[in-house]
Write a new protein. Structure first.
Ligand SMILES: Nc1ncnc2c1ncn2[C@@H]1O[C@H](COP(=O)(O)OP(=O)(O)O)[C@@H](O)[C@H]1O
Ligand SMILES: [Mg+2]
Length: 207
């Protein structure tokens, strides 16, 4: 039975598509049967996937529309270990359908007040749908205490923060522009190490 992860966060630009793509690529590379589903009408990952060249590792991919998503997940559940869903940047019907289909809602947030506020809306939908959440910090700056402060806020509120942040790294953006994950673009880089750590954290969550 597949473990279904919806990457969701009300705010656009939080890093949902970057996280979903890098997670899926790293899970495939670690030998799991993983498929990435783009449920965002903006089709960011559909374009990204279309850029993947012949040398990139094969990455199962589909882009079901919102109302077809439950059927797609039901069809794929037995054939896969992980189903990763990228979701639209709103608390709209499509993102709610994706969250409902998930075993875990992964909420990326940048260490900013705006992202913390946007997280509340995502947490409310997760609670309404009775779905567990895990948070991860994205675009953590190399300097400063912002990430530490956000992490402390989350711990105080007993919200589960994965020990797998992504730094603010050009490799994530550069890899994305070529249809790749960081582990394919610069396998020895720090972004690659962070993507592998996130895949490990999600494997632990699924166990
Ligand atoms: N960890 C990161 N380091 C550097 N750039 C990032 C990182 N995460 C996201 N970005 C950049 O931020 C922008 C928004 O990211 P994206 O994944 O499209 O967010 P969302 O899907 O939530 O709207 C993109 O330009 C992306 O390249
Ligand atoms: Mg996106």
């Amino acid at each position: 039975m597949a473990f279904v992860v919806a990457v969701a966060q009300r705010k656009g630009g939080a890093g949902k598509s970057t996280v979903a793509a890098n997670l899926a690529v790293a899970l495939v590379a670690s030998g799991t049967r993983t498929i990435l589903l783009d449920t965002d009408p903006q089709a960011t990952l559909t374009r990204w996937h279309g850029l993947r060249g012949a040398t990139a590792q094969p990455l199962p991919f589909e882009n079901p529309s919102g109302w077809r998503l439950p059927q797609a997940v039901a069809r794929l559940r037995n054939a896969m270990d992980f189903i990763i869903l990228d979701t639209p940047p709103h608390a709209d019907t499509d993102s709610r359908i994706a969250m409902r289909a998930a075993d875990l809602i992964l909420i990326p947030l940048q260490p900013s007040v705006a992202d913390l506020w946007a997280m509340e809306g995502t947490l409310e939908v997760a609670a309404a749908e009775r779905r567990p959440v895990a948070l991860m910090l994205n675009r953590v700056p190399a300097q400063g205490r912002a990430a530490q402060e956000v992490a402390e806020t989350l711990v105080q509120r007993k919200l589960p923060l994965l020990p797998a942040p992504f730094g603010n790294r050009t490799a994530f953006a550069a890899a994305f522009a070529e249809g790749l994950g960081a582990i394919e673009y610069a396998p020895r880089g720090q972004a690659a190490a962070e993507a592998r750590a996130l895949a490990e954290a999600i494997r632990s969550e699924s166990a």
